[in-house]
Write a protein that binds this ligand. Structure first.
Ligand SMILES: Nc1nc2c(c(=O)[nH]1)N[C@H]1C(S)=C(S)[C@@H](COP(=O)(O)OP(=O)(O)OC[C@H]3O[C@@H](n4cnc5c(=O)[nH]c(N)nc54)[C@H](O)[C@@H]3O)O[C@H]1N2
Ligand SMILES: Nc1nc2c(c(=O)[nH]1)N[C@H]1C(S)=C(S)[C@@H](COP(=O)(O)OP(=O)(O)OC[C@H]3O[C@@H](n4cnc5c(=O)[nH]c(N)nc54)[C@H](O)[C@@H]3O)O[C@H]1N2
Ligand code: SF4
Ligand code: SF4
Ligand code: SF4
Ligand SMILES: [Mo]
Length: 898
């Protein structure tokens, strides 16, 4: 508890916590003191001086910089104060373009607010020479405009960009009267390293930084961003039936109002003309729009023919928990098929399997907010500023307050610039590297003896396996020197607490589960589990991929990771659903496509996935989809996959339905309907229910998403205490067992959820990747993500601004390799693997190791998954999307035109 301070403000007594500034306490008590450069998230700056107050001695002091003191007497209003402030603001206004009425910031401008409060009058202003600086408007960014004629040099944008974002795209430039906010080299903002997050736009107190496409909404609805697994809270602003504005939810425990470029600006897809509005049936090779009844009849008819092993479903990490719950109930109960899976298979399946084995739960062990307080953060195989941008702000915050940061990645990513240690190891060598770190920890006695004794098993086996490792070999495999590995081991082991964050660089390998086990070995060795700001934290990708896994759209578990092979569990679900269930594991995604290709699988129902671009070796997927006798695809757009379907069903987007998403930190959050779904499209849960009812099955008579949620929580212990009522303001972290359970931000505090309740060490062996460069295919192709696009582009490629910033695929290549191939950047290349060939232009990236090239998989014109291989991790079935070998050829002029 902080000490309370009593003080007088304008003669009235107030109380505030020790350390509170005068301005903060005024704001808390709804007392207005004019201010321009104050922002609650930043250090006080004292630049505008409009927040001056008068103390008992008659001195004027800034209220943003001075703290309340016991017995202090302050005046917020006096003749003297008013005179000084009026002069200050008049000067600001005279240097400021005066077209207030047409300014989009009108009504939301702190300068206007202060001027009106201080009764600045037009006539007085006339006497001051108007001297607006001649700075051209910077309209280069598709999402916001910089109109520095209106800038009052408060410095908020500079601080936001540097201290919160860690980007430093802008700074004060020039001197004296010419001082202004500028980019490095005074270039347009789009040519700077700005990441278009719009945080500075949100924070600018005047109209100098304004969003382009935002209108004042008639109403707002609080919901969750539909893109990545961070799960930022947003307010969608609505006029009529359209989304006209978006802002971060300042009360959200996840993002405290902050957003990335997609979360703030990428909503054009919602009202896009290409949204599916009616069901489509393919007749003689062409789609025809039909009514729901016709589509449902056909589906009911066909699905009745192909039940059991001839049927499979693919669920969606973009859809709600309620919808995923219902699809697995439909698949297992109505279709009597055990075959259901979803994109987690391409993603964090190794975490789900590996961490279950070692520590008993495949989810993040700790919460996002804790990252900011970690003593040491190890970010391995995660491009956090690109893939989880708002979560990355916690890393920036930690670094700014003295935490150590270790970045381990074969590419010099943005985050590496903030790192104390950056290990650029050979791709695919993580098991060797992590074991080498473990070896130092064990050999040099850095481990946590008591934690190992009390809470773990198998330490001696691990120790033995490390003894036989040779440093020469470890250095050779990883490409990292022993001394650097030693430093890393010390930094991690001495972090107190240390937190490991990881993502696809760890999982998307043919030994992904081993990688995950190697990560958890480190946390177990150092006792970095079960305590605040520590842990093993797989950063989940899709907005609701954690939820889809929780809901049992996996072939081996019912909701809440309850085994489909456990007779008691099967009995529980049979009874509750009044259906017959097969107590067997179903097929994984890869096997589903294999069986479809071989003709054994006759019918496939895909909800909200686009495997024709997202699965490895898509030629094989195409054959699979062509071979299936009856394919139903349910999406919000006519995707590449949907084009292959017999029936396409139009789904409502996240903005048009009720439900819940579970973010990467296991926080279950409500999404809310903001607008009506276009045309005849319906929520996915309504569509699944309608199909089941058409098949005359009971158990699908739901009137709301909330009813589905209640049925699910009654059967799913880890969600047992969660209800829509409890989620109204903030989400809850599972496990949340009953209505009195406040939820569990930190897992494993007293025991692990393994059968013995101990954490289990796993000795491991380094296994090379499935494809190794050779003479014919000399380069290792790694695939990953761009900040400005999302997966197969169904949503982000409908957003013009994103396409403007990043609308084309490039093959990135190291400067030395480029020079050997006579590549200067920008030329068209042909990239081939053993699977296929595509074309893309070149881009030089000095952050890549020689021999490594890199692409995204966002662009249907240059689909990277034509090249990738289907080699999989034998345990989790996750494909080796991070390593395929390719060759590169520069195309001649004549070839480009073809
Ligand atoms: N903008 C945007 N954000 C997204 C997505 C998106 O499509 N676009 N997708 C979401 C989803 S579903 C996911 S799963 C996440 C993925 O998030 P991330 O995993 O962060 O993204 P990736 O780019 O796939 O890969 C991460 C890093 O792995 C590194 N890497 C490659 N090979 C190796 C290796 O052998 N070892 C190690 N240690 N590292 C390696 C790459 O250099 C890359 O920096 O992003 C989510 N967020
Ligand atoms: N080469 C390569 N390939 C990869 C990866 C990689 O790193 N490299 N990463 C893999 C990973 S980690 C992942 S997660 C997968 C992602 O693979 P996918 O899940 O196939 O990719 P998305 O483009 O996200 O597809 C989601 C679809 O859902 C639709 N959708 C959105 N909202 C809704 C809704 O409310 N209802 C319905 N019915 N549909 C909706 C979208 O329009 C979109 O078509 O890609 C994988 N593929
Ligand atoms: S948009 Fe974000 S990155 Fe760009 S200048 Fe503003 S705060 Fe910095
Ligand atoms: S652009 Fe806005 S936030 Fe930045 S210094 Fe000028 S007035 Fe302040
Ligand atoms: S970090 Fe993820 S959830 Fe947050 S705004 Fe960006 S895309 Fe949305
Ligand atoms: Mo993912």
């Amino acid at each position: 508890m902080k000490k309370k301070i009593k003080f007088l403000m304008d003669g009235l007594e107030f109380e505030a916590d020790e350390g509170t500034t005068i301005l903060q306490s005024a704001i808390e008590n709804d007392i207005y003191i004019p201010h321009l450069c104050y922002n609650s998230q930043l250090k006080p700056y004292g630049a505008c001086r409009l927040c001056l107050v008068e103390n008992a001695e008659g001195r004027l002091i800034t209220s943003c910089e001075n703290q309340v003191e016991e017995g202090m007497e302050i005046k917020t209003h006096s003749m003297k104060l008013n005179r000084v402030k009026k002069m200050l603001i008049s000067l600001l206004i005279s240097n400021h373009e005066k077209n207030c009425l047409s300014c989009t910031q009108s009504d939301n401008c702190k300068l206007q607010e202060a001027a009106s409060y201080l009764q600045v009058n037009e006539n007085e202003l006339e006497n001051l020479r108007q001297s607006v600086k001649d700075v051209p408007r910077d309209e280069s960014n598709p999402f916001f405009i910089r109109d520095l004629k209106k800038c009052i040099l408060c410095g908020i944008c500079v601080q936001v960009c540097a201290d919160i974002m860690g980007v430093n795209a802008i700074d004060f430039g020039f001197r004296g009267y010419d001082t202004r906010i500028t980019t490095f080299g005074d270039k347009d903002i789009l040519e700077s390293n700005c990441v278009s997050c719009g945080e500075c736009v949100e924070a600018c107190p005047v109209g100098a930084l304004v969003s382009r496409n935002s209108l004042t909404p008639a109403r707002e609805v609080k919901t969750i961003c539909p893109y990545c697994g961070v799960g930022c809270g947003i307010y969608l602003g609505i006029r009529g039936g359209e989304i006209v504005s978006v802002r971060g939810d300042p009360e959200s425990m996840v993002n405290q109002g902050k957003l990335c470029v997609k979360g703030r600006f990428a909503y054009e897809f919602i009202n896009h003309p290409q949204r599916l509005k009616k069901p489509l049936i393919k007749k003689q090779g062409k789609f025809e729009e039909v009514g729901w009844d016709e589509a449902l009849k056909l589906i009911a008819d066909k699905f009745s023919k192909y039940s059991g092993n001839e049927f499979a479903s693919i669920a969606s990490a973009k859809c709600t928990n309620e919808e995923n719950y219902l699809l697995q109930k439909f698949t297992r109960g109505v279709m009597e098929s055990p075959h259901i899976d979803h994109c987690a298979r391409l993603c964090h399946a190794p975490s789900v399997v590996g961490l279950s084995r070692s520590i008993g739960s495949g989810a993040m062990s700790n919460s996002i907010a804790e990252i900011g307080q970690a003593g040491c953060i190890m970010a391995i195989g995660t491009n956090t500023t690109v893939s989880h941008p708002v979560l990355a702000l916690q890393i920036i915050k930690a670094v700014k307050t003295g935490s150590k940061l270790i970045v381990i990645n074969p590419q010099k990513i943005e985050l590496a610039k903030h790192a104390d240690i950056f290990l650029q190891h050979n791709p695919g060598s993580d098991v060797a590297l992590l074991m080498a770190i473990a070896k130092v920890i064990v050999d040099e006695g850095l481990y946590n003896q008591s934690f190992i004794e009390e809470r773990t098993e198998n330490f001696l086996k691990l120790k033995k396996s490390l003894e036989i490792l040779s440093w020469d070999e470890l250095e050779h495999i990883t490409g990292v020197e022993k001394e650097k590995i030693r430093q890393t081991a010390y930094m991690y082991a001495e972090g107190d607490p240390s937190s490991i964050l990881y993502a696809m660089g760890i999982t998307q390998h043919s030994h992904g589960t081993d990688n995950v086990l190697a990560v958890s070995n480190l946390a177990l060795l150092t006792g970095n589990l079960g305590r605040e700001s520590s842990g093993v934290n797989p950063l989940r990708g899709q907005n609701n991929v954690q939820g889809s896994c929780d809901m049992g759209t996996l072939p081996n578990v019912f909701p809440g990771y309850q085994s489909v092979e456990d007779p008691e569990i099967v009995e529980k679900f049979q009874k509750a659903w009044n259906m017959h269930l097969k107590p067997v594991n179903g097929m994984m995604l890869s096997e589903i496509f294999e069986k479809a290709r071989s003709g054994d699988l006759k019918s496939l129902y895909i909800m909200g996935e686009n495997p024709l671009l997202s699965e490895p070796d898509i030629q094989k997927v195409k054959m699979a989809l062509e071979n299936v006798e009856f394919l139903v695809v349910q999406d919000i757009f006519l995707t590449e996959t949907a084009r292959q379907a017999d029936v396409v069903l139009p789904a409502a987007s996240f903005a048009e339905k009720e439900g819940t998403f579970t973010n990467t930190e296991r926080r279950v959050q409500r999404i809310k309907k903001a607008i009506i779904a276009p045309g005849d499209s319906k929520s996915d849960w309504e569509i699944i229910s309608a199909i089941a009812k058409k098949m005359e099955k009971s158990g699908f008579d739901f009137k709301s998403a909330e009813e589905i949620f209640s049925e699910m929580t009654a059967l799913t212990p880890i969600y047992g205490g969660i209800s829509y009522d409890r989620l109204e303001n903030q989400g809850l972290h599972w496990p949340c067992l009953d209505i009195d359970d406040p939820g569990t931000p930190i897992l494993h505090q007293n025991q692990f959820n393994t059968p013995s309740h101990k954490g289990i060490f796993h000795p491991l062996e380094y296994i090379p990747s499935a494809e190794i460069p050779d003479e014919e295919y000399p380069f290792i192709l790694g695939t990953g993500r761009s900040l400005y696009q999302y997966h197969t582009g169904s949503m982000t490629r409908k957003v013009n601004g994103l396409n403007y910033i990043d609308g084309e695929e490039f093959l990135e290549i190291n400067p030395d390799d480029a020079s050997n191939l006579n590549i200067k950047g920008g030329e068209w290349l042909e990239i081939s693997s053993r699977r296929g060939t595509i074309r893309a232009r070149s881009r030089i990236n000095p952050g890549l190791l020689s021999g490594c090239v890199s692409m995204t998989f966002h662009f249907q014109e240059a689909p990277a998954n034509c090249l990738t291989q289907t080699a999989r991790d034998p345990v989790s079935g996750t494909p080796e999307l991070k390593i395929s070998t390719v060759k590169i050829r520069v195309l001649s002029e004549d070839e480009i035109d073809i």
